[in-house]
Design a protein around this ligand. Structure first.
Ligand code: ADQ
Length: 459
């Protein structure tokens, strides 16, 4: 078995329980092969030189963790700039929020080259290399240019936009061409795969070699959907553990006279959080029986506060929550509880289980793991209802959720009302179907199917 090398912008110590399903799943594969995990250390060196960075290595059991510092100029142009102000908004179809500052691309290239230069000496001839996400799209091309012959796969955690949206990025052709340096490109959904294929057909005159492989720009790459899942067993254990049970019980005691609706996200404009508050307001307006009896709890953790669009979003959300509470609140009932904080991972299942309705309403999302966590945390005998945006990658799999269009405020309010009124037998039947699908395509299935496709792709 060849050694696995994982490269991602950030990494987590897979032995720490707080690491979450993805880190645990990757950690498992790395443990089996005595692997290497390589990425940015999270440290920004104030006086560093662009394109340079100190490398630190340490062991976590059989796994070597290798991390690189970035200087502030590289952090600004590679991370805040090109990754999070160009690629993140455009890949989420938000051209209006993209900042196409011409200086960012140099930093993005420089850091990908730096990653390649520092990683190369750590590689062995028969390594299998798995590179993650939009920060590192050109990394394989940089490694190939330095003579790297190893098998390389890429997984994009965020959506692949349609060709004409992708084409708004000045360097779109270079980005898409650089994906052809991989043996396998994994995407979250079939919709993403079709966008990729349409792009390369239109812009690269691609030929389809077979069901999965396409040839364009003088190279062949396999492209497939691998919808990411969660670690169902780990999340079930978390749900049964004392912290989650205590959280569930204290929520039920606190809100004994109310039905809870719950949303948990990073405070990101892709997650459709203001749209959710507007739909809740519409619910209170159209279906007044919910006044005094339903409470929306929204936990939105701070993220990328230093990018402008995020500060605007925070302000908009605070205004919206304040106006719903001001217009509809009573002395003994606050319609919306908004918490701008991360909650401990161990408490997440308890919060999910206490909610009669899970609101996962992104405007666009690669997958959305909260949708899957919400379902797994439910009591199968009396499950809550998942209200899920049709624009989340998860909607391709989770058809028994109530699928909604987050831009349609009235339609979303009607679906929330349907969720609140749903008879027990229907809730149970939907929950059972959702669980089957989430269990079948868990994070272990995702990792194994990607890695086995990579073995065949590079053969
Ligand atoms: P994210 O955009 O981070 O991931 P998501 O898939 O929803 O989104 O995962 C978030 C994780 O963080 C979940 O495990 C959730 O429980 C946790 N979380 C979120 N907010 C929290 C809070 N306030 N407190 C505590 N925990 C919180 C990217 C892509 C997604 C894709 C994943 C995995 O944007 O589309 O599903 O990668 O590929």
């Amino acid at each position: 078995m060849s050694r696995l090398v994982v490269v991602s912008n950030r990494l987590a110590d897979p032995r720490k329980p707080a690491a979450g399903g993805l880190a645990v799943a990757l950690g498992e594969a790395l443990n089996q092969t005595g692997g290497l995990w390589f990425g940015w250390s999270g440290t920004v060196a104030e006086n560093g030189t662009p394109g340079e960075g100190e490398l630190h290595t340490r062991q976590a059991g059989p796994v070597t963790l290798a991390t690189l510092d970035l200087c502030s100029e590289d952090h600004h142009s590679y991370y805040q700039g090109y990754s999070n102000s160009v690629l993140w908004p455009v890949f989420h179809y938000r051209l209006d929020l993209a900042d196409f500052d011409a200086s960012y691309i140099a930093g993005y290239r420089r850091v990908n080259k730096l990653f390649a230069r520092k990683l190369l000496p750590l590689l062995r001839d028969d390594d299998t290399i798995w590179i993650h996400d939009y920060h590192l799209i050109p990394l394989a091309a940089e490694l190939r240019a330095m003579g790297c012959k190893q098998r390389m796969g890429f997984f994009l955690h965020i959506p692949m936009p349609p060709p004409l949206i992708m084409a708004a990025i000045p360097q779109h052709e270079w980005l898409m061409r650089s994906l052809f340096a991989y043996d396998l490109v994994g995407l979250q959904s079939e919709a993403d795969v079709s966008h990729f294929k349409r792009y390369v057909r239109n812009e690269g005159s691609a030929e389809e070699v077979d069901d999965t492989r396409v040839r364009a720009f003088g190279a062949t790459v396999a492209v497939q959907a691998f919808p990411i899942g969660i670690d169902v067993e780990e999340f079930t254990r978390l749900t049964q553990a004392s912290e989650a049970v205590e959280t569930y019980e204290s929520m039920r005691a606190e809100y004994s006279r109310r039905r809870l609706l719950m949303g948990i996200d990073r405070l990101d404009y892709s997650k459709g959080i203001p749209q959710r508050v507007r739909a809740f307001r519409e619910l209170l307006d159209r279906y007044p029986e919910n006044r005094g009896s339903s409470t929306l709890i929204m936990i939105a953790s701070p993220t990328r506060d230093d990018v402008n669009a995020y500060a605007d979003l925070r302000q908009e959300l605070e205004g919206l929550c304040g106006s719903v509470n001001g217009d509809y609140g009573e002395l003994d009932w606050m319609p919306v509880r908004y918490i701008h904080r991360m909650v401990a991972r161990k408490r997440v299942p308890g919060l999910c289980r206490a909610a009669s309705v899970g609101l996962v309403t992104p405007l666009r999302d690669g997958m959305n793991l909260v949708a899957k966590e919400y379902v797994v945390a439910q009591d199968p005998d009396d499950p809550g209802v998942l209200v899920l945006s049709r624009f989340a990658g998860a909607a391709e799999q989770l058809k028994e959720a109530l699928l909604v269009n987050p831009y349609d405020t009235q339609g979303m309010a009607d679906s929330i009302q349907q969720a609140l009124q749903m008879p027990l037998a229907e809730r149970q039947a939907r929950h059972q179907k959702l669980m089957e699908r989430i269990r079948e395509h868990d994070v272990h299935w995702w990792r194994q199917s990607f890695l086995s496709a990579l073995q065949s792709a590079g053969a």
